[in-house]
Design a protein. Structure first.
Length: 227
């Protein structure tokens, strides 16, 4: 009897681990984030509200029709973010939506999202967007996947790949982007490498980018003066 119980317990444990590995979706309808330590359920780094106390307002926001705050003023880029911090009901749903406004010549600089792919919808203007990936025909090279997008066009960026978007039209450009993560991450390559504190070694940067140390110092000075 004991042997049969242990076998059953082992099977349950094994299938439970498989379910955890292959079914990352939440096992509840929702988990509304709340800043209240008396609630005991903790999911995705947030405490969850008692589901009996959830309301429609937990899943609602407005204001995405407005231009957001400047993210990189020197690049003429503003963002209006709808995420779990703004919509508590988005907790555990694996979703973030961002409205981005680019002025003429504005740029979303080369960056990556380590935990999410990206869906871009252009609703106004003309932008040039692209991402780079390792060329399977030559692992020492990369390929550029690029498109010029106008209103109504969609472009998808695979998870973790370096990408950018540049406003190449005469006026402002408006984009809506969706991420399949509530915390996609945002790593801007130039800022991270040349604007870190303390600074990355000049030897490392000069060898990596195949430029002299004076050029490294010149670029680092520009990033240290930003913000």
């Amino acid at each position: 009897m004991a042997t049969g119980f242990l076998v059953t317990l082992s099977i349950v444990a094994f299938t439970s681990s498989l379910a955890y590995a292959y079914d990352p979706s939440p096992l509840q309808d929702f988990c509304v984030a709340v800043n209240d330590p008396k609630h005991a359920v903790f999911m995705n780094g947030r405490v969850c509200k008692d589901p009996k106390l959830a309301t429609a307002d937990d899943f609602f926001t407005s204001g995405l029709d407005a231009i957001g705050t400047a993210a990189f003023p020197e690049l003429s880029m503003s963002v209006n973010v709808a995420d779990v911090n703004r919509i508590p009901g988005m907790n555990t749903l694996g979703l973030t939506v961002v409205r981005t406004e680019l002025g003429p010549g504005g740029l979303i600089p080369p960056h990556t999202h380590p935990r999410s792919c990206e869906f871009i919808l252009v609703v106004r203007g003309t932008v040039y967007s692209g991402f780079v990936a390792v060329d399977p025909r030559n692992l020492g090279k990369t390929r550029l996947f690029e498109k010029t997008l106008k209103a109504g066009d969609v472009f998808v960026i695979p998870q973790g790949l370096i990408h950018f978007t540049h406003n190449v039209g005469a006026g402002n450009a408006t984009l809506f982007t969706a991420f399949n993560s509530q915390n996609a991450g945002f790593i801007t390559l130039a800022n991270e490498l040349f604007g870190s504190d303390p600074a990355v070694s000049e030897d490392v940067l000069s060898k990596a980018f195949r430029i002299d140390k004076e050029s490294v110092q010149h670029i680092q000075a520009k990033f240290s003066s930003v913000g």
